[in-house]
Design a protein around this ligand. Structure first.
Ligand code: FES
Ligand SMILES: [Fe+2]
Length: 420
């Protein structure tokens, strides 16, 4: 394989077009992205209700890394690299479970749920088990969502990262919710092809009948991929149209402002908005009716017909209706594959007979299956030698924001170096 001059490749990008082919297809670029971009993010990985009891754990496996996320006997959730401190074996082999002791399958070194080494046979007298606990991975919990940061250095401040998004999370209180359903969608495409599809709703009308039936046409065109994804005049006209709704929310003390970050020099690309679902629907379900009980502050406020989108970074976002939430996690698998996982959340007090899983998952399940198909078709074309960067439409501006964020991250981390 010929050397890739990443500086030249970055310079060959032209604003308003898709990325040059090698960004989607080069394993060399992929390895650098994982190390220099993905591992430096605060990654949303799951919800605390997945591990409710002491000793409950699950693994978050990505690239060459495996992380054990485990609840200790003190009820504190911690994260450790799944690497034995003896000679490096994986300690946990099953994807999830409950363990009083994490026993390495190789020579049986045993660690407690807080990561301390408790037993190691035939070690010399000067061996101090206190020095050989499992190595910690950076972890943070916000409103019941678990975040990891796999950087090798000092992680960016989690508090600064999450601060602008907390008011939106507080509205829906995912900390008072539980997982109702989860599903993985394996996608045969590079992570950027996968993620950029979620930055535009140009494809929604032709590709997503269900999604387009739930929402109003102008919403789909102008706001389907968030504020700023369509021309300014149309955005202003749409915001004018929904003004009676936003004014009503102001009166009721319900947040509805948009948080938009297009200044990508910071390396952050957070986003949040609240809009009416439209068409008289109270929830994003097939019949427009609630599929579960109200959750979060809506127990007090009552319904408002709105939906909240919160995007943490290109690797995770959430949508909250008044009655359920859905967390999207985009995990790169290798250059040519990505895993998309959806986790649906309902109020933690609700009984199983009080919510309708089928109606709750319907829109995003159907839509994500459709997305998987169109992303894979897209990627097959990108793999062709005839692919060239194509022109973006007026309603794909958020795709350019994504490219700018990505290329700034590449430039900042690789500093124009030649990689091969
Ligand atoms: S590698 Fe784990 S006990 Fe030896
Ligand atoms: Fe889509």
């Amino acid at each position: 394989m010929s050397n890739i001059n990443i500086k030249k490749l970055t310079e060959s990008y032209s604003e308003g077009k898709s990325l040059p082919r090698e960004f989607y297809t080069s394993p060399t670029i992929y390895i650098d992205e994982i190390k220099n971009i993905y591992f430096n993010q605060w990654l949303t990985v799951d919800h605390v209700s997945r591990i409710p009891n002491p000793g409950d754990y699950f693994l978050f496996d990505v690239e060459k890394e495996s992380i054990i996320i485990i609840r200790g006997r003190d009820d504190v959730i911690r994260a450790f690299y799944n690497v034995c401190t003896h000679r490096g074996s994986r300690v946990c082999l099953e994807e999830e479970g409950n363990k009083k002791l994490l026993v390495c399958p190789y020579h049986a070194w045993s660690f407690d749920a807080e990561g301390n080494l408790k037993a190691a046979r035939f070690m010399p007298d000067d061996f101090d088990p206190k020095e050989w606990g499992l190595r910690k991975c950076n972890l943070a919990i916000q409103n019941g969502l678990i975040f990891l940061n796999l950087t090798s250095g000092e992680p960016d401040s989690f508090e600064d990262f999450i601060a602008p998004l907390i008011p939106y999370l507080n509205l829906h209180e995912p900390e008072n919710s539980k997982i109702a359903f989860r599903k993985k969608y394996s996608t045969s495409a590079n992570w950027k092809t996968t993620v950029e599809n979620f930055q535009e709703c140009y494809h929604c009308a032709p590709s997503h009948q269900s999604y387009s039936a739930v929402h109003e046409k102008d919403f789909v065109k102008i706001y389907g991929a968030g504020k700023g994804s369509a021309p300014d005049e149309e955005t202003t006209a749409y915001e004018e149209k929904i003004k009676p709704w936003t004014e009503e929310l102001d009166k009721r003390g319900i947040i509805n402002q948009c948080y938009l970050e297009t200044e990508t020099e910071s390396g952050l690309t957070r986003y949040a908005d609240r809009v009416p679902i439209g068409n008289g629907n109270e929830s994003e379900t097939e019949n427009g009716k609630f599929a579960s009980t109200l959750m979060g502050k809506f127990k007090k406020f009552g319904p408002d017909g709105g939906v909240t989108q919160i995007s943490f970074n290109p690797f995770a976002n959430t949508y909250f209706n008044n009655d359920f939430g859905v967390l999207f996690i985009f995990k790169p698998i290798d250059t040519f594959n990505t895993e998309v996982e959806l986790i649906w959340l309902v109020d933690k007090e609700v009984n199983e007979d009080q919510y309708d899983i089928e109606r709750m998952i319907w829109m995003w399940d159907v839509t994500t299956q459709e997305d998987t198909q169109i992303i894979e078709n897209n990627y097959k074309g990108i793999l062709s030698k005839s692919y060239k960067p194509g022109r973006l439409s007026e309603t794909e501006r958020a795709v350019s924001y994504f490219y700018n964020w990505y290329l700034n991250s590449v430039k900042r981390n690789l500093n124009g170096s030649h990689i091969s």
